[in-house]
Design a protein around this ligand. Structure first.
Ligand code: FHN
Length: 428
């Protein structure tokens, strides 16, 4: 198994046994909660507000003084994720604004030293996660609009009152020290990196850029704990040292959102992330919540494409998650209570089409029909012969015809579901 990873291109990195076990856990988990929360939340204009409103660094530094989430309840967040059927949480420990949402000893620019709240929310989440059996991942932005040595400033972070020069090595030392303290001091399952694309976009444009030396950073992490899972939202194919691959706002292999150009699917576990409304960080004006149907179908399609779904909420500055988001998450949890067998512990299945995907586990295929208008569904089926074909909800046999390698399934109205009609299939 180990050799397979090596043979498929991860030449400089051989994942440990524990790492491979954690990857398998990750693939079984299927559903996680993404959280974008930081001092930017106080402005209610998304996590990019520093850049979009061109707030100079010395002005932005006033913001932490207004971050005092008195209603934050780590236990409540973790319980909500659990009730939603999620198995892990990935939260911003540092976003592009450079502000650490944990007790960093590397810099005072952090939640404990620099806000009236003064408490380590990451520690509180770590403890609540442990209690509830949920795993915790640290999102960490390599792009940093605040650090004086982060340069050159690509498409973002200009006009923020920072020089276009600096000591890049000092930034890397700072970044790696923060990453090391996260790996050492917190009981986490892994890292979710972001912002690498900032320098890479400059490189692609033939402009001067700096190198993050990812492999060195990954070695530090795996040196602390070889079991930690590393993913990097660099929008590229996997790089040695990584343990999972993510596709932002897209199913694996697709590039509808424009982030995944060139990021062909590698051989690592996969994840896709999406927002519950249209924003990552809290945005007061964004009431465009996705519907329950859309969210479930995204989860199902992700599973059918062999990927996890990391669904994002941007909590409010008072520490609460918006009610609409809580309601949607709980609805998803009820759906998973009923239908989770067809999602958890599965891998992407053999059927893929406009109106359907499939997942599989052991000898069973779960066909998910995602269009309730269809009376019949015809799918190419060259494989073997059908042993059983039954409705997932009541176990009764499904009427079908198998002719010339086409399986035609009769979808009677009584069994059709507006969200997902699930059919169980076993083969001879
Ligand atoms: O710029 C960020 C954005 O704020 C957010 O964190 C998303 C999450 O996938 N990633 C970046 C863009 O690729």
């Amino acid at each position: 198994f180990l050799n397979l990873y090596v043979a498929l291109g991860q030449t400089d990195y051989t994942p440990s046994k524990e790492n491979l076990e954690n990857r398998a856990w990750f693939q079984d988990a299927k559903f996680g909660l993404f959280i974008h929360w930081g001092v930017y939340s106080t402005l209610g204009d998304g996590e990019w507000v520093m850049n979009t409103q061109k707030i100079k660094t010395d002005r932005y530094e006033l913001l932490p003084d207004f971050f005092n989430p008195q209603q934050f309840d780590a236990e409540a967040w973790v319980k909500l994720a659990k009730a939603a059927g999620m198995k892990y949480i990935t939260i911003t420990t540092k976003h592009h604004d450079g502000f650490a949402m944990y007790d960093s000893k590397v810099s005072d620019y952090n939640i404990v030293d620099d806000t009236p709240y003064g408490k380590d929310i990451f520690r509180m989440l770590e403890e609540a996660c442990k209690k509830e059996g949920i795993k915790l991942f640290a999102y960490y932005s390599q792009l940093d609009w605040h650090h004086p040595d982060y340069y050159p400033r690509g498409k973002t972070g200009q006009d923020l009152g920072r020089p276009e020069s600096g000591n890049w090595q000092d930034y890397i030392t700072y970044q790696n020290a923060q990453i090391k303290e996260l790996a050492e001091n917190y009981d986490i399952a892994g890292f979710w990196f972001d912002g690498y694309w900032d320098q890479n976009d400059l490189k692609k444009a033939g402009k001067p850029y700096q190198d993050f030396d990812l492999e060195a950073t990954y070695k530090i992490i795996h040196g602390v704990n070889s079991g930690l899972l590393i993913g990097n939202n660099h929008h590229l194919a996997p790089i040695a040292g990584e343990d999972f691959q993510m596709f932002e706002k897209d199913l694996p292999g697709k590039n509808t959102a424009g982030f995944s150009e060139g990021s062909q699917i590698g051989n690592l576990p996969l994840e896709t992330c999406e927002t519950i409304n249209h924003s990552w960080g809290f945005n007061l004006q964004d009431g465009n919540h996705k519907s329950f149907n859309e969210l479930i179908q995204y989860l199902v399609k992700a599973a059918g494409n062999n990927a996890n779904f990391l669904l994002n909420v941007g909590p409010m500055p008072n520490g609460k998650i918006q009610q609409e988001h809580q309601d949607l998450l709980l609805q998803m949890g009820s759906w998973l209570q009923e239908n989770g067998e067809s999602i958890y512990d599965t891998r992407g299945g053999m059927f893929q089409g406009t109106d359907y995907v499939s997942t599989e586990k052991d000898q069973t295929t779960y066909l998910h029909v995602l269009n309730s208008d269809l009376n019949t569904l015809s799918i190419p089926f060259a494989k073997k012969r059908v042993k059983t074909l039954s409705w997932f909800d009541d176990g009764k046999p499904v009427k079908y015809k198998l002719k010339k390698n086409i399986l035609t399934i009769y979808l009677d109205e009584a069994h059709r579901d507006a969200v997902d009609t699930i059919i169980k299939l076993t083969l001879k």
